[in-house]
Write a protein that binds this ligand. Structure first.
Ligand SMILES: [Zn+2]
Length: 648
Protein backbone atom coordinates (compact mmCIF):
# COMPACT_ATOMS: atom_id res chain seq x y z
CA UNK A 1 0.00 0.00 0.00
CA UNK A 2 1.50 3.33 -1.00
CA UNK A 3 -0.61 5.40 1.42
CA UNK A 4 -0.88 5.69 5.16
CA UNK A 5 -3.39 7.44 7.43
CA UNK A 6 -2.83 7.76 11.16
CA UNK A 7 -4.90 9.46 13.85
CA UNK A 8 -4.62 10.20 17.52
CA UNK A 9 -7.85 10.39 19.50
CA UNK A 10 -9.25 13.88 19.58
CA UNK A 11 -8.42 15.00 23.09
CA UNK A 12 -11.17 16.03 25.45
CA UNK A 13 -10.73 19.68 26.38
CA UNK A 14 -11.59 19.24 30.06
CA UNK A 15 -7.89 19.00 30.91
CA UNK A 16 -4.58 20.39 29.74
CA UNK A 17 -2.18 18.29 27.65
CA UNK A 18 -0.31 15.73 29.76
CA UNK A 19 2.18 12.92 29.28
CA UNK A 20 -0.46 10.43 28.08
CA UNK A 21 -1.59 12.77 25.29
CA UNK A 22 2.03 13.47 24.40
CA UNK A 23 2.92 9.80 24.13
CA UNK A 24 -0.02 8.91 21.86
CA UNK A 25 0.70 11.89 19.65
CA UNK A 26 4.44 11.22 19.42
CA UNK A 27 3.76 7.55 18.58
CA UNK A 28 1.49 8.65 15.74
CA UNK A 29 4.15 11.11 14.66
CA UNK A 30 6.87 8.45 14.63
CA UNK A 31 4.61 6.18 12.56
CA UNK A 32 3.87 9.01 10.16
CA UNK A 33 7.54 9.94 9.75
CA UNK A 34 8.49 6.28 9.27
CA UNK A 35 5.92 5.84 6.49
CA UNK A 36 7.13 8.99 4.75
CA UNK A 37 10.68 7.69 4.97
CA UNK A 38 9.45 4.52 3.27
CA UNK A 39 8.15 6.71 0.45
CA UNK A 40 4.44 6.52 1.24
CA UNK A 41 1.93 9.32 0.90
CA UNK A 42 0.66 10.02 4.41
CA UNK A 43 -2.01 11.89 6.32
CA UNK A 44 -1.74 12.50 10.05
CA UNK A 45 -4.71 13.80 12.04
CA UNK A 46 -5.10 15.02 15.59
CA UNK A 47 -7.52 17.43 17.25
CA UNK A 48 -9.84 18.15 20.16
CA UNK A 49 -13.20 16.85 21.36
CA UNK A 50 -15.22 19.78 22.66
CA UNK A 51 -18.85 18.88 23.39
CA UNK A 52 -20.54 17.33 26.40
CA UNK A 53 -21.53 18.03 29.99
CA UNK A 54 -18.01 17.85 31.39
CA UNK A 55 -17.01 20.79 29.21
CA UNK A 56 -20.07 22.78 30.33
CA UNK A 57 -19.10 22.06 33.92
CA UNK A 58 -15.44 23.01 33.44
CA UNK A 59 -16.46 26.22 31.64
CA UNK A 60 -18.81 27.15 34.47
CA UNK A 61 -16.04 26.57 36.98
CA UNK A 62 -13.78 28.83 34.92
CA UNK A 63 -16.55 31.44 34.63
CA UNK A 64 -16.73 31.43 30.84
CA UNK A 65 -19.08 30.07 28.17
CA UNK A 66 -18.36 26.59 26.76
CA UNK A 67 -17.11 27.82 23.39
CA UNK A 68 -14.58 30.24 24.90
CA UNK A 69 -13.44 27.53 27.26
CA UNK A 70 -13.06 25.02 24.43
CA UNK A 71 -11.18 27.60 22.34
CA UNK A 72 -8.71 28.14 25.13
CA UNK A 73 -7.91 24.50 25.91
CA UNK A 74 -7.96 23.47 22.26
CA UNK A 75 -5.34 26.14 21.58
CA UNK A 76 -3.15 24.67 24.30
CA UNK A 77 -3.14 21.33 22.49
CA UNK A 78 -2.56 22.99 19.13
CA UNK A 79 0.43 24.91 20.51
CA UNK A 80 1.94 21.94 22.33
CA UNK A 81 2.40 19.66 19.32
CA UNK A 82 4.81 21.80 17.26
CA UNK A 83 6.96 22.11 20.39
CA UNK A 84 7.28 18.32 20.39
CA UNK A 85 8.05 18.24 16.66
CA UNK A 86 4.70 16.63 15.80
CA UNK A 87 4.11 16.65 12.05
CA UNK A 88 0.30 16.47 11.85
CA UNK A 89 -1.35 17.50 8.59
CA UNK A 90 -4.60 18.65 10.14
CA UNK A 91 -6.03 19.60 13.52
CA UNK A 92 -9.76 18.97 13.79
CA UNK A 93 -12.16 20.39 16.36
CA UNK A 94 -15.62 18.93 16.93
CA UNK A 95 -16.93 22.50 16.93
CA UNK A 96 -15.79 22.90 13.30
CA UNK A 97 -18.94 23.50 11.17
CA UNK A 98 -17.81 20.93 8.57
CA UNK A 99 -17.48 18.26 11.24
CA UNK A 100 -20.89 19.08 12.71
CA UNK A 101 -22.48 18.76 9.27
CA UNK A 102 -20.90 15.33 8.74
CA UNK A 103 -22.13 14.10 12.15
CA UNK A 104 -25.67 15.16 11.25
CA UNK A 105 -25.36 13.56 7.83
CA UNK A 106 -24.36 10.21 9.34
CA UNK A 107 -27.04 10.40 12.06
CA UNK A 108 -29.67 11.03 9.41
CA UNK A 109 -28.37 8.21 7.24
CA UNK A 110 -28.39 5.66 10.06
CA UNK A 111 -31.81 6.93 11.22
CA UNK A 112 -33.19 6.55 7.70
CA UNK A 113 -31.96 2.98 7.49
CA UNK A 114 -33.80 2.15 10.73
CA UNK A 115 -30.80 1.66 13.01
CA UNK A 116 -31.66 4.60 15.26
CA UNK A 117 -34.87 4.32 17.26
CA UNK A 118 -36.67 6.22 20.02
CA UNK A 119 -37.19 4.55 23.37
CA UNK A 120 -37.05 5.10 27.08
CA UNK A 121 -33.87 4.88 29.02
CA UNK A 122 -33.96 3.74 32.58
CA UNK A 123 -30.96 4.40 34.70
CA UNK A 124 -29.37 5.87 37.80
CA UNK A 125 -29.62 9.63 37.73
CA UNK A 126 -27.88 12.19 39.95
CA UNK A 127 -30.06 15.25 40.31
CA UNK A 128 -27.09 17.41 41.32
CA UNK A 129 -25.12 16.46 38.21
CA UNK A 130 -28.24 16.32 36.03
CA UNK A 131 -26.92 13.15 34.41
CA UNK A 132 -27.16 9.38 34.39
CA UNK A 133 -24.43 7.27 35.91
CA UNK A 134 -23.45 3.72 35.09
CA UNK A 135 -22.90 1.36 38.03
CA UNK A 136 -19.20 1.45 37.28
CA UNK A 137 -18.94 5.23 37.58
CA UNK A 138 -20.43 5.27 41.07
CA UNK A 139 -18.22 5.18 44.13
CA UNK A 140 -19.70 2.86 46.75
CA UNK A 141 -23.04 3.30 45.04
CA UNK A 142 -22.89 7.11 45.26
CA UNK A 143 -22.27 9.98 42.83
CA UNK A 144 -18.55 10.71 43.07
CA UNK A 145 -19.19 14.49 42.99
CA UNK A 146 -22.15 14.78 45.33
CA UNK A 147 -21.61 11.67 47.42
CA UNK A 148 -25.33 11.02 47.19
CA UNK A 149 -27.09 7.92 45.98
CA UNK A 150 -28.55 8.48 42.52
CA UNK A 151 -32.24 7.92 41.87
CA UNK A 152 -33.81 5.63 39.28
CA UNK A 153 -35.16 7.67 36.44
CA UNK A 154 -36.68 7.09 33.04
CA UNK A 155 -35.90 9.30 30.10
CA UNK A 156 -36.96 9.10 26.48
CA UNK A 157 -33.94 8.98 24.17
CA UNK A 158 -32.61 7.81 20.83
CA UNK A 159 -30.72 4.54 20.57
CA UNK A 160 -28.31 3.11 18.04
CA UNK A 161 -29.06 -0.52 17.21
CA UNK A 162 -25.54 -1.69 18.02
CA UNK A 163 -26.68 -5.19 19.00
CA UNK A 164 -27.56 -5.85 15.36
CA UNK A 165 -23.87 -5.69 14.41
CA UNK A 166 -22.46 -7.88 17.15
CA UNK A 167 -22.08 -11.02 15.03
CA UNK A 168 -20.60 -9.08 12.16
CA UNK A 169 -18.04 -7.40 14.46
CA UNK A 170 -17.07 -10.67 16.07
CA UNK A 171 -16.50 -12.22 12.69
CA UNK A 172 -14.56 -9.20 11.45
CA UNK A 173 -12.19 -9.22 14.43
CA UNK A 174 -11.66 -12.95 14.17
CA UNK A 175 -10.88 -12.90 10.48
CA UNK A 176 -8.66 -9.78 10.57
CA UNK A 177 -5.64 -10.35 12.73
CA UNK A 178 -4.18 -7.01 13.70
CA UNK A 179 -7.54 -5.21 13.40
CA UNK A 180 -7.09 -4.48 17.11
CA UNK A 181 -3.50 -4.77 18.35
CA UNK A 182 -1.49 -5.75 20.34
CA UNK A 183 -3.31 -9.04 20.85
CA UNK A 184 -4.14 -8.48 24.52
CA UNK A 185 -6.57 -5.72 23.52
CA UNK A 186 -8.05 -7.78 20.70
CA UNK A 187 -8.73 -10.46 23.29
CA UNK A 188 -10.24 -7.90 25.63
CA UNK A 189 -12.72 -6.78 22.96
CA UNK A 190 -13.49 -10.39 22.05
CA UNK A 191 -14.33 -11.05 25.68
CA UNK A 192 -16.70 -8.02 25.78
CA UNK A 193 -18.38 -9.57 22.78
CA UNK A 194 -19.04 -12.83 24.61
CA UNK A 195 -21.86 -11.00 26.41
CA UNK A 196 -24.86 -9.75 24.43
CA UNK A 197 -24.16 -6.23 23.17
CA UNK A 198 -26.65 -3.61 24.29
CA UNK A 199 -27.91 -0.84 22.06
CA UNK A 200 -26.20 2.50 22.57
CA UNK A 201 -28.05 5.55 23.89
CA UNK A 202 -26.90 8.32 21.54
CA UNK A 203 -28.88 11.38 22.60
CA UNK A 204 -29.32 13.81 25.48
CA UNK A 205 -32.36 16.05 25.87
CA UNK A 206 -31.44 19.66 25.24
CA UNK A 207 -33.00 20.70 28.54
CA UNK A 208 -30.20 18.74 30.24
CA UNK A 209 -27.42 19.40 27.79
CA UNK A 210 -27.42 22.05 25.11
CA UNK A 211 -23.67 21.99 24.35
CA UNK A 212 -23.75 19.42 21.56
CA UNK A 213 -24.71 18.76 17.96
CA UNK A 214 -28.53 18.75 17.49
CA UNK A 215 -30.06 15.57 16.09
CA UNK A 216 -31.10 16.35 12.51
CA UNK A 217 -34.41 14.48 12.96
CA UNK A 218 -35.35 15.85 16.40
CA UNK A 219 -34.02 19.21 17.54
CA UNK A 220 -35.15 18.64 21.13
CA UNK A 221 -32.04 16.48 21.44
CA UNK A 222 -28.30 16.74 20.95
CA UNK A 223 -26.12 13.76 20.17
CA UNK A 224 -24.08 11.96 22.78
CA UNK A 225 -20.35 12.74 22.72
CA UNK A 226 -19.04 9.43 21.35
CA UNK A 227 -21.26 9.52 18.30
CA UNK A 228 -19.99 13.04 17.73
CA UNK A 229 -16.32 12.43 18.52
CA UNK A 230 -15.61 9.20 16.65
CA UNK A 231 -16.91 10.61 13.40
CA UNK A 232 -14.00 13.09 13.34
CA UNK A 233 -11.83 10.38 11.78
CA UNK A 234 -13.88 10.53 8.59
CA UNK A 235 -15.20 14.10 8.68
CA UNK A 236 -11.61 15.40 8.70
CA UNK A 237 -10.87 13.69 5.38
CA UNK A 238 -14.06 14.73 3.64
CA UNK A 239 -16.50 11.86 4.11
CA UNK A 240 -18.53 10.89 2.08
CA UNK A 241 -17.28 12.27 -1.23
CA UNK A 242 -13.92 13.96 -0.65
CA UNK A 243 -10.90 12.64 -2.55
CA UNK A 244 -8.92 12.31 0.70
CA UNK A 245 -11.58 10.00 2.10
CA UNK A 246 -11.30 7.63 -0.84
CA UNK A 247 -7.53 7.79 -0.75
CA UNK A 248 -6.89 7.42 2.95
CA UNK A 249 -9.83 5.76 4.70
CA UNK A 250 -8.97 2.24 3.42
CA UNK A 251 -5.59 2.50 5.21
CA UNK A 252 -6.74 4.24 8.40
CA UNK A 253 -4.96 3.45 11.67
CA UNK A 254 -6.13 4.83 15.00
CA UNK A 255 -3.72 5.13 17.89
CA UNK A 256 -5.26 5.29 21.37
CA UNK A 257 -4.65 4.63 25.05
CA UNK A 258 -6.38 1.60 26.54
CA UNK A 259 -8.98 3.65 28.47
CA UNK A 260 -10.95 4.26 25.28
CA UNK A 261 -10.69 0.76 23.85
CA UNK A 262 -14.43 0.02 24.06
CA UNK A 263 -15.70 3.04 22.13
CA UNK A 264 -13.03 2.51 19.46
CA UNK A 265 -13.13 -1.27 19.31
CA UNK A 266 -16.94 -1.66 19.47
CA UNK A 267 -18.96 1.54 18.96
CA UNK A 268 -16.90 2.90 16.08
CA UNK A 269 -16.72 -0.14 13.77
CA UNK A 270 -20.44 -0.83 14.24
CA UNK A 271 -21.28 2.82 13.58
CA UNK A 272 -19.23 2.71 10.37
CA UNK A 273 -20.93 -0.51 9.34
CA UNK A 274 -24.38 0.99 9.94
CA UNK A 275 -23.45 4.13 8.00
CA UNK A 276 -22.30 1.97 5.09
CA UNK A 277 -18.53 2.31 5.05
CA UNK A 278 -15.87 -0.21 6.12
CA UNK A 279 -14.17 0.09 9.51
CA UNK A 280 -10.59 1.27 10.05
CA UNK A 281 -7.67 -0.99 9.14
CA UNK A 282 -5.87 -1.05 12.52
CA UNK A 283 -6.60 0.07 16.05
CA UNK A 284 -3.29 0.47 17.90
CA UNK A 285 -3.70 0.44 21.68
CA UNK A 286 -1.08 1.44 24.20
CA UNK A 287 -0.76 1.29 27.99
CA UNK A 288 -0.40 3.95 30.66
CA UNK A 289 2.54 5.92 31.87
CA UNK A 290 2.65 5.53 35.61
CA UNK A 291 3.30 8.84 37.30
CA UNK A 292 1.99 10.21 40.57
CA UNK A 293 -1.22 11.98 39.66
CA UNK A 294 0.25 13.11 36.37
CA UNK A 295 3.15 14.58 38.24
CA UNK A 296 6.48 13.35 39.45
CA UNK A 297 8.06 14.08 42.77
CA UNK A 298 11.73 14.77 42.71
CA UNK A 299 13.97 13.62 45.51
CA UNK A 300 14.22 17.11 46.94
CA UNK A 301 10.51 17.62 47.17
CA UNK A 302 9.60 19.79 44.20
CA UNK A 303 7.11 18.49 41.68
CA UNK A 304 7.52 18.58 37.93
CA UNK A 305 5.15 17.83 35.12
CA UNK A 306 6.52 15.34 32.59
CA UNK A 307 5.83 17.70 29.69
CA UNK A 308 8.06 20.33 31.29
CA UNK A 309 10.99 17.97 30.84
CA UNK A 310 10.92 18.23 27.04
CA UNK A 311 12.29 21.77 26.89
CA UNK A 312 14.57 21.05 29.83
CA UNK A 313 16.38 18.04 28.38
CA UNK A 314 15.60 18.53 24.70
CA UNK A 315 12.65 17.38 22.60
CA UNK A 316 14.63 14.59 20.94
CA UNK A 317 15.80 13.13 24.24
CA UNK A 318 12.20 13.28 25.50
CA UNK A 319 10.84 11.55 22.38
CA UNK A 320 13.59 8.95 22.44
CA UNK A 321 12.91 8.18 26.09
CA UNK A 322 9.16 7.67 25.56
CA UNK A 323 9.61 5.38 22.57
CA UNK A 324 12.55 3.42 23.96
CA UNK A 325 11.23 2.98 27.49
CA UNK A 326 7.67 1.80 26.82
CA UNK A 327 6.91 -1.51 25.17
CA UNK A 328 3.94 -0.55 23.01
CA UNK A 329 0.80 -1.95 24.64
CA UNK A 330 2.23 -2.31 28.16
CA UNK A 331 2.42 0.18 31.03
CA UNK A 332 5.68 1.90 31.89
CA UNK A 333 7.06 4.16 34.59
CA UNK A 334 7.92 7.74 33.88
CA UNK A 335 10.66 9.30 35.93
CA UNK A 336 13.09 12.11 35.43
CA UNK A 337 15.91 9.88 36.66
CA UNK A 338 15.20 7.29 33.99
CA UNK A 339 15.07 9.97 31.31
CA UNK A 340 18.43 11.42 32.37
CA UNK A 341 19.88 7.92 32.51
CA UNK A 342 18.83 7.24 28.90
CA UNK A 343 20.10 10.61 27.81
CA UNK A 344 23.52 10.13 29.37
CA UNK A 345 24.02 6.50 28.39
CA UNK A 346 22.26 5.91 25.07
CA UNK A 347 22.43 9.41 23.63
CA UNK A 348 25.55 11.10 25.02
CA UNK A 349 27.75 8.05 25.59
CA UNK A 350 26.81 5.78 22.72
CA UNK A 351 25.44 7.85 19.85
CA UNK A 352 27.04 11.20 20.72
CA UNK A 353 30.40 9.60 21.35
CA UNK A 354 30.37 7.65 18.09
CA UNK A 355 29.49 10.72 16.09
CA UNK A 356 32.05 12.98 17.73
CA UNK A 357 34.84 10.37 17.47
CA UNK A 358 34.05 9.80 13.80
CA UNK A 359 33.85 13.44 12.82
CA UNK A 360 36.77 14.36 15.11
CA UNK A 361 39.08 11.79 13.52
CA UNK A 362 37.95 12.78 10.02
CA UNK A 363 38.94 16.27 11.03
CA UNK A 364 42.29 15.22 12.43
CA UNK A 365 43.42 12.71 9.83
CA UNK A 366 41.72 13.97 6.66
CA UNK A 367 41.42 17.71 7.22
CA UNK A 368 37.67 17.30 7.68
CA UNK A 369 37.05 15.76 4.25
CA UNK A 370 35.30 12.45 3.62
CA UNK A 371 37.94 9.87 2.60
CA UNK A 372 37.36 7.23 -0.11
CA UNK A 373 37.41 3.52 0.74
CA UNK A 374 41.23 3.39 0.37
CA UNK A 375 41.63 -0.34 0.79
CA UNK A 376 39.32 -3.26 0.13
CA UNK A 377 37.14 -3.55 3.28
CA UNK A 378 38.25 -6.53 5.34
CA UNK A 379 36.07 -8.85 7.39
CA UNK A 380 35.85 -6.46 10.33
CA UNK A 381 34.86 -3.51 8.11
CA UNK A 382 32.27 -5.59 6.31
CA UNK A 383 30.78 -6.96 9.52
CA UNK A 384 29.46 -3.48 10.33
CA UNK A 385 27.80 -3.16 6.94
CA UNK A 386 26.28 -6.61 7.33
CA UNK A 387 24.96 -5.81 10.78
CA UNK A 388 23.47 -2.57 9.48
CA UNK A 389 21.71 -4.44 6.67
CA UNK A 390 20.18 -6.85 9.16
CA UNK A 391 19.07 -3.90 11.29
CA UNK A 392 17.46 -2.29 8.26
CA UNK A 393 15.48 -5.46 7.59
CA UNK A 394 14.36 -5.65 11.17
CA UNK A 395 13.48 -1.96 11.14
CA UNK A 396 11.31 -2.37 8.03
CA UNK A 397 9.31 -5.21 9.60
CA UNK A 398 9.18 -4.12 13.26
CA UNK A 399 8.29 -0.45 12.80
CA UNK A 400 4.89 -1.11 11.18
CA UNK A 401 4.23 -3.55 14.05
CA UNK A 402 4.83 -0.76 16.56
CA UNK A 403 7.85 -2.49 18.13
CA UNK A 404 9.63 0.82 18.57
CA UNK A 405 11.75 -0.23 21.53
CA UNK A 406 13.03 -3.26 19.60
CA UNK A 407 14.00 -1.30 16.54
CA UNK A 408 15.79 1.27 18.66
CA UNK A 409 17.64 -1.51 20.47
CA UNK A 410 18.76 -2.91 17.12
CA UNK A 411 19.99 0.49 15.96
CA UNK A 412 21.84 0.92 19.24
CA UNK A 413 23.50 -2.47 18.80
CA UNK A 414 24.92 -1.09 15.55
CA UNK A 415 26.09 2.05 17.35
CA UNK A 416 27.79 -0.02 20.03
CA UNK A 417 29.35 -2.31 17.44
CA UNK A 418 30.71 0.77 15.67
CA UNK A 419 32.18 2.10 18.93
CA UNK A 420 33.88 -1.26 19.48
CA UNK A 421 35.11 -1.21 15.89
CA UNK A 422 36.86 2.09 16.57
CA UNK A 423 38.64 0.51 19.51
CA UNK A 424 39.69 -2.53 17.51
CA UNK A 425 40.69 -0.76 14.32
CA UNK A 426 42.59 1.86 16.40
CA UNK A 427 42.81 4.60 13.75
CA UNK A 428 45.27 6.53 15.96
CA UNK A 429 47.77 3.71 15.45
CA UNK A 430 47.12 3.51 11.70
CA UNK A 431 47.67 7.26 11.49
CA UNK A 432 51.26 6.85 12.70
CA UNK A 433 52.24 4.74 9.70
CA UNK A 434 51.94 6.42 6.26
CA UNK A 435 51.82 2.95 4.69
CA UNK A 436 48.52 2.37 6.49
CA UNK A 437 46.79 5.37 4.90
CA UNK A 438 44.50 3.29 2.63
CA UNK A 439 43.39 1.24 5.65
CA UNK A 440 42.85 4.39 7.71
CA UNK A 441 40.69 5.79 4.90
CA UNK A 442 38.55 2.65 4.84
CA UNK A 443 38.08 2.66 8.61
CA UNK A 444 36.98 6.29 8.73
CA UNK A 445 34.82 5.91 5.66
CA UNK A 446 33.11 2.86 7.19
CA UNK A 447 32.43 4.88 10.32
CA UNK A 448 31.07 7.84 8.37
CA UNK A 449 28.72 5.54 6.45
CA UNK A 450 27.38 3.94 9.59
CA UNK A 451 26.77 7.35 11.15
CA UNK A 452 24.85 8.40 8.07
CA UNK A 453 22.57 5.34 8.06
CA UNK A 454 22.01 5.70 11.81
CA UNK A 455 21.02 9.35 11.28
CA UNK A 456 18.41 8.25 8.72
CA UNK A 457 17.03 5.44 10.91
CA UNK A 458 16.59 7.66 13.96
CA UNK A 459 14.87 10.42 11.98
CA UNK A 460 11.31 9.32 12.89
CA UNK A 461 12.25 9.37 16.58
CA UNK A 462 14.69 12.27 16.76
CA UNK A 463 14.18 14.46 13.71
CA UNK A 464 16.32 17.37 14.95
CA UNK A 465 19.30 15.17 15.79
CA UNK A 466 18.96 13.35 12.49
CA UNK A 467 19.04 16.64 10.57
CA UNK A 468 21.98 17.91 12.61
CA UNK A 469 24.03 14.75 11.99
CA UNK A 470 23.28 14.66 8.28
CA UNK A 471 24.01 18.33 7.88
CA UNK A 472 27.44 17.83 9.44
CA UNK A 473 28.01 14.94 7.03
CA UNK A 474 27.21 17.27 4.15
CA UNK A 475 23.61 16.16 3.52
CA UNK A 476 21.21 19.10 3.54
CA UNK A 477 17.75 17.57 3.82
CA UNK A 478 14.85 18.05 6.18
CA UNK A 479 13.97 14.94 8.19
CA UNK A 480 10.55 14.75 6.50
CA UNK A 481 12.16 14.76 3.04
CA UNK A 482 14.42 11.78 3.70
CA UNK A 483 13.74 8.60 1.73
CA UNK A 484 15.17 5.32 2.91
CA UNK A 485 15.79 4.05 -0.61
CA UNK A 486 18.17 6.89 -1.43
CA UNK A 487 19.34 8.30 1.85
CA UNK A 488 19.73 5.06 3.78
CA UNK A 489 22.06 3.43 1.26
CA UNK A 490 25.51 2.30 2.34
CA UNK A 491 28.48 3.80 0.55
CA UNK A 492 26.87 6.85 -1.02
CA UNK A 493 28.76 9.60 0.82
CA UNK A 494 30.91 11.62 -1.55
CA UNK A 495 34.68 11.48 -1.00
CA UNK A 496 36.18 14.94 -0.64
CA UNK A 497 33.02 16.54 0.79
CA UNK A 498 33.52 18.43 4.05
CA UNK A 499 32.47 17.05 7.43
CA UNK A 500 31.86 19.30 10.42
CA UNK A 501 32.59 18.17 13.93
CA UNK A 502 30.50 20.75 15.78
CA UNK A 503 29.36 20.70 19.38
CA UNK A 504 28.48 17.41 21.11
CA UNK A 505 25.04 16.17 19.97
CA UNK A 506 23.96 15.49 23.55
CA UNK A 507 25.80 17.19 26.40
CA UNK A 508 25.78 14.95 29.42
CA UNK A 509 23.52 15.97 32.26
CA UNK A 510 25.21 16.30 35.63
CA UNK A 511 22.33 16.19 38.02
CA UNK A 512 23.73 15.93 41.50
CA UNK A 513 24.21 19.37 42.91
CA UNK A 514 26.60 20.17 45.72
CA UNK A 515 24.71 20.10 48.96
CA UNK A 516 27.33 20.96 51.56
CA UNK A 517 28.35 24.34 50.20
CA UNK A 518 31.97 24.81 49.16
CA UNK A 519 34.17 21.75 49.48
CA UNK A 520 37.11 21.96 51.87
CA UNK A 521 40.36 23.25 50.39
CA UNK A 522 42.60 20.67 48.84
CA UNK A 523 39.79 18.17 48.61
CA UNK A 524 40.35 17.83 44.87
CA UNK A 525 41.80 14.49 43.89
CA UNK A 526 45.15 14.33 42.13
CA UNK A 527 44.76 15.50 38.59
CA UNK A 528 41.39 16.90 39.33
CA UNK A 529 40.69 20.03 37.40
CA UNK A 530 37.68 20.63 39.48
CA UNK A 531 38.32 22.13 42.83
CA UNK A 532 34.77 23.42 42.65
CA UNK A 533 33.49 20.03 41.56
CA UNK A 534 30.35 18.56 43.13
CA UNK A 535 31.29 16.58 46.18
CA UNK A 536 29.33 13.89 47.92
CA UNK A 537 26.85 15.14 50.45
CA UNK A 538 28.26 15.59 53.94
CA UNK A 539 27.88 12.61 56.20
CA UNK A 540 24.41 13.38 57.48
CA UNK A 541 22.32 10.37 56.69
CA UNK A 542 22.82 7.81 53.99
CA UNK A 543 25.93 8.48 51.93
CA UNK A 544 25.26 5.75 49.39
CA UNK A 545 24.54 6.63 45.78
CA UNK A 546 22.36 4.78 43.34
CA UNK A 547 23.82 2.39 40.81
CA UNK A 548 22.45 4.64 38.08
CA UNK A 549 24.38 7.58 39.45
CA UNK A 550 27.56 5.52 39.57
CA UNK A 551 26.98 4.38 35.99
CA UNK A 552 26.99 8.01 34.90
CA UNK A 553 30.73 8.10 35.62
CA UNK A 554 32.48 6.93 32.46
CA UNK A 555 35.67 5.20 33.62
CA UNK A 556 38.04 3.98 30.90
CA UNK A 557 41.29 2.10 30.75
CA UNK A 558 44.06 4.20 29.24
CA UNK A 559 47.73 4.10 28.38
CA UNK A 560 49.97 7.11 28.99
CA UNK A 561 51.53 8.08 25.67
CA UNK A 562 53.37 11.25 26.67
CA UNK A 563 54.09 13.03 29.92
CA UNK A 564 55.78 16.32 30.72
CA UNK A 565 55.89 18.86 33.52
CA UNK A 566 53.51 21.77 33.36
CA UNK A 567 55.72 24.88 33.31
CA UNK A 568 55.85 26.86 36.57
CA UNK A 569 54.14 24.07 38.53
CA UNK A 570 55.91 21.55 40.70
CA UNK A 571 52.76 19.49 41.23
CA UNK A 572 51.23 19.14 37.77
CA UNK A 573 52.00 16.92 34.80
CA UNK A 574 50.52 17.21 31.33
CA UNK A 575 49.67 13.71 30.08
CA UNK A 576 48.53 12.45 26.70
CA UNK A 577 46.51 9.35 27.46
CA UNK A 578 45.13 6.93 24.88
CA UNK A 579 41.62 5.96 26.00
CA UNK A 580 40.45 4.81 22.59
CA UNK A 581 41.09 8.38 21.54
CA UNK A 582 43.89 10.64 22.66
CA UNK A 583 43.16 12.85 25.61
CA UNK A 584 45.17 15.58 27.26
CA UNK A 585 44.83 15.30 31.01
CA UNK A 586 46.50 17.40 33.66
CA UNK A 587 47.34 15.38 36.77
CA UNK A 588 48.67 16.53 40.13
CA UNK A 589 51.20 13.71 40.49
CA UNK A 590 54.52 15.41 39.67
CA UNK A 591 55.82 15.09 43.21
CA UNK A 592 55.52 11.32 43.21
CA UNK A 593 55.93 10.39 39.54
CA UNK A 594 58.51 11.40 36.96
CA UNK A 595 57.28 11.96 33.39
CA UNK A 596 59.60 9.21 32.05
CA UNK A 597 58.28 6.45 34.31
CA UNK A 598 54.68 7.23 33.35
CA UNK A 599 54.91 6.66 29.59
CA UNK A 600 53.45 3.26 28.76
CA UNK A 601 51.71 2.92 32.14
CA UNK A 602 48.16 1.65 32.29
CA UNK A 603 45.85 4.07 34.09
CA UNK A 604 42.15 4.53 34.75
CA UNK A 605 40.61 7.77 33.47
CA UNK A 606 37.32 9.50 34.23
CA UNK A 607 36.47 10.08 30.58
CA UNK A 608 33.35 12.18 30.87
CA UNK A 609 34.63 14.89 33.16
CA UNK A 610 34.01 18.40 31.88
CA UNK A 611 36.94 20.08 30.15
CA UNK A 612 38.81 22.60 32.27
CA UNK A 613 41.95 24.71 32.14
CA UNK A 614 44.54 24.18 34.85
CA UNK A 615 47.46 26.62 34.91
CA UNK A 616 46.50 27.52 31.37
CA UNK A 617 46.61 23.91 30.13
CA UNK A 618 43.43 22.21 28.95
CA UNK A 619 42.53 19.05 30.81
CA UNK A 620 39.86 16.66 29.53
CA UNK A 621 39.54 13.79 31.97
CA UNK A 622 41.04 12.76 35.26
CA UNK A 623 43.55 10.05 36.17
CA UNK A 624 42.63 8.05 39.26
CA UNK A 625 45.07 7.61 42.11
CA UNK A 626 44.98 6.64 45.77
CA UNK A 627 46.47 8.97 48.33
CA UNK A 628 48.51 7.10 50.89
CA UNK A 629 50.00 9.50 53.41
CA UNK A 630 52.27 11.74 51.37
CA UNK A 631 52.43 9.58 48.30
CA UNK A 632 50.08 8.82 45.45
CA UNK A 633 49.59 5.39 43.92
CA UNK A 634 48.06 5.21 40.43
CA UNK A 635 44.98 3.00 40.00
CA UNK A 636 45.61 0.39 37.31
CA UNK A 637 44.35 -2.97 36.02
CA UNK A 638 45.40 -6.43 37.10
CA UNK A 639 46.97 -7.13 33.70
CA UNK A 640 47.29 -5.00 30.53
CA UNK A 641 44.06 -4.23 28.61
CA UNK A 642 43.29 -2.30 25.41
CA UNK A 643 42.89 1.44 25.83
CA UNK A 644 39.28 2.63 25.81
CA UNK A 645 37.75 -0.38 27.55
CA UNK A 646 35.13 0.56 30.11
CA UNK A 647 35.47 -0.03 33.83
CA UNK A 648 32.29 -1.81 34.86
ZN1 LIG B 1 -23.81 14.22 41.30
Amino acid sequence: MDRFYVTTPIYYVNAEPHIGHAYTTIVADVMNRFQKLMGRKTFFLTGTDEHGDKIVQAAEDAGVDPKSYADRISAMFRQTWPQLNVSNDHFIRTTDPEHMKTVQYILQKVHDSGDIYFSTYKGLYCVGCERFYTEKELVEGKCPDHEKEPVEREEANYFFRMSKYQDWLLEHIQSNEGFIRPERYRNEVLSFLKEPLEDLCISRPKERLSWGIPLPFDDRYVTYVWFDALINYVSAIGYPDGPLFHEFWPVAQHTIAKDILKPHGIYWPTMARAAGFPPFQHLNVHGYWRTEGGKMSKSHGTVVRPLDLAPLYGVDAFRYFLLREMVFGLDANFSEEALVQRLNSDLANDLGNLFSRTTGMTDRYFQGKIPPFGSEPDELDRSLETQMEATLDQWRTEMPRLAFHKTLMAVWECINAANKYVDHAAPWNLAKDPGQLPKLQTVLRTLLEINKVVAVLISPFMPDTSEKMLQRLGIEKGALDLRLEEDGKWGTLKAGMPVHKGEPLFPRIQREEPKGGKPPKGAGKPGSSRDAAPKPAPAEKDESISFDLFKQVDLRAGIVKQAEKVPKSDRLLRLIVDIGEERQVVAGIAQTHSPEELVGRQVIVVANLQRAKIMGVESHGMVLAVKDGDTLKLVTTESPVSPGLKVT
